[in-house]
Design a protein. Structure first.
Length: 69
């Protein structure tokens, strides 16, 4: 095994768990706020109103580390 290989225990299809991480969902940015167990993804809906999502909701809607172009 390559000693330089990076291993991760996180599921790559699950949203990140590091606070202040920004991901994209439905063309809008969401930032992870809070701490483990009570974390929520904060962003805005299509009208610009604040919206919070759980990691499960974010995963169901589809998310990405990069904005779709």
């Amino acid at each position: 095994m390559n000693a330089d290989a990076v291993t991760s225990t996180e599921d790559p299809s699950s949203p990140p768990t590091v606070p202040s991480t920004v991901v994209w969902c439905c063309g809008r940015p969401y930032v992870l706020e809070g701490r483990a167990g009570r974390a929520r993804w904060m962003g805005t809906d299509f009208r610009g109103r604040p919206e919070s999502l759980t990691s499960a909701e974010l995963q169901r809607r589809g998310w990405s580390h990069r904005r779709a172009s």
